[in-house]
Design a binder for this molecule. Structure first.
Ligand code: URA
Ligand code: CA
Length: 431
């Protein structure tokens, strides 16, 4: 059997690792027989010398199998999941999971918390009074069978190799590597069990990949490697040069999801949710996917499904009828536009950071978030505004750093004297 040093040396020299070597490495970093410094050295060699498609697939499979593989085969209906690479005001999961379930697909979704300036579905769900997304696997599968969907926290034993690798990548400047990103994302999705998976790869100032070219490359690689594992994947490359929804912050994003499912509001978040949902149904084998998902929205079936899911998680389903039952901030502070014109940019990462200054996210892992605080934007890129009109409202509590939030927000927004074109919502669909 090759030693850790042999494996590191081989990759350092730019050679391709075989499946056995990759499996030994993944086993080693999970069970501790590879020391952290050896794992870190190999990560750096992979980061610099890359991995071919076969190596990336083998790494993905080995990481997926490093812990429990959820078995969803007992569910009576096609299983479908989605994953977003993370963004600001990206509340698509809360909208399309119930919509797709209302159409008859089974959605057993495991979600994570906010990371950096991006929000996390789990934090949003926990902002609903009573809701607790920490469910046992048996209950999870039973809930998905009964109501069609559930969103819970990732269990401790889902792709444990990724936890080790991600933590080391974070502190060794090796996050930014396509094979490492692809295997990290796909291993967790494969372990979560769904047969059909739609990936939402964000592109822009608030995304993992800033340029369209890099986002498309990531999307193509995710789909190719994903399909090579035998599951069905597709990816949408969507815009994250501005927040997707108008609301940023946990309870505020739940509120926008409810308003969209209730037919009370529309916009980019609704459109992208319908697009992703359509591809989820299509991959899962439904005919007329677009018609079905639109029908689930207009009939109110999606909102009813969301209420059922909230109740199954122990939360108060009445929030779906009465958003005032969601936590509310003490103060609502308008942020006036400094000049008149057309909004030409809204750097999503800085708007995310402004919401964190208010308390909607964490700076340190142990920080407690305030579910009520956040930002409601009034404009999107291309829309006009008069000087002094509010460009956003800050929802703040006494612990919020309102001054920093205001500064970050105003710095994130550029206003042009000339009309500006509205950017597309979806750049590409990768099959
Ligand atoms: N998201 C992940 O889960 N892993 C990565 O490596 C990057 C983004
Ligand atoms: Ca992610």
């Amino acid at each position: 059997m090759p030693t850790p040093v042999d494996i590191i040396q081989k990759k350092r020299l730019g050679k391709a690792l075989n499946r056995e070597e990759i499996e030994q490495f993944v086993r080693g970093c999970t069970d501790g027989s590879f020391a952290d410094y050896q794992t870190a050295a190999l990560l750096m060699a992979i980061c610099i010398n890359g991995m071919n498609a076969e190596e990336t697939r083998d790494l993905t499979m080995a990481m997926a199998h490093s812990g429990d593989m959820l078995d969803l085969s007992s569910l009576s209906g096609p299983t479908v999941d989605k994953h977003s690479t993370g963004g600001v005001g990206d509340t698509t999961s809360l909208i399309l999971v119930p919509l797709v379930a209302a159409c008859g697909a089974k959605v057993a979704k495991m979600s994570g918390r906010g990371l950096g300036f991006t929000g996390g579905t789990l934090d949003k769900i926990e902002s609903i009074p009573g809701a607790n997304p920490a469910m046992e696997i048996d209950d999870f599968i039973r809930t998905v069978e009964t109501i069609g969907c559930a969103i819970i926290s990732q269990t401790g034993d889902l792709a444990p190799a990724d936890k080790v690798l991600y933590a080391l990548r974070d502190v060794t400047a090796t996050v930014d590597s396509l094979p490492l990103i692809v295997s990290s994302i796909l291993s967790k999705k494969l372990a979560s069990g769904a047969q059909n998976i739609v990936l939402d790869v964000k592109s822009g100032s608030g995304a993992l990949m800033e340029t369209l070219e890099k986002s498309e490359e990531l999307a193509r690689m995710l789909v190719n490697i994903g399909n090579a594992t035998g599951r069905h994947f597709c990816a949408l490359v969507t815009d994250m040069n501005q927040p997707l929804g108008m609301n940023i912050g946990n309870a505020l994003e739940v509120r926008e999801a409810i308003e969209i499912l209730a037919g009370k509001t529309g916009g980019a978040l609704k459109e992208v949710s319908l697009d992703i949902g359509t591809h989820m149904l299509r991959l899962a084998g439904f005919d007329r996917p677009r018609e079905r998902i639109e029908e689930a929205l207009t009939s109110g079936a999606g909102l009813k499904k969301l209420a059922e899911m909230i109740e199954a998680l122990g939360g108060d389903p009445r929030v779906c009828e009465d958003i005032s039952l969601l936590p509310q901030a003490e103060k609502i502070i308008p942020v006036p536009a400094p000049e008149s014109g057309w909004i030409c940019s809204m750097t999503a990462c800085d708007i995310g950071r402004a919401s964190i200054a208010l308390g909607a996210g964490r700076i340190q892992k142990s920080d407690k978030i305030d579910p009520a605080v956040g930002i409601i934007m009034t404009r999107r890129i291309g829309e006009s505004i008069e000087k002094g009109e509010p460009v956003a409202f800050l929802h703040a509590n006494p612990a919020s750093d309102v001054e920093s939030a205001k500064k970050l927000l105003l710095n994130a927004i550029r206003i042009s004297k000339e009309p500006v074109e509205t950017p597309p919502l979806v750049y590409a669909v990768i099959e």
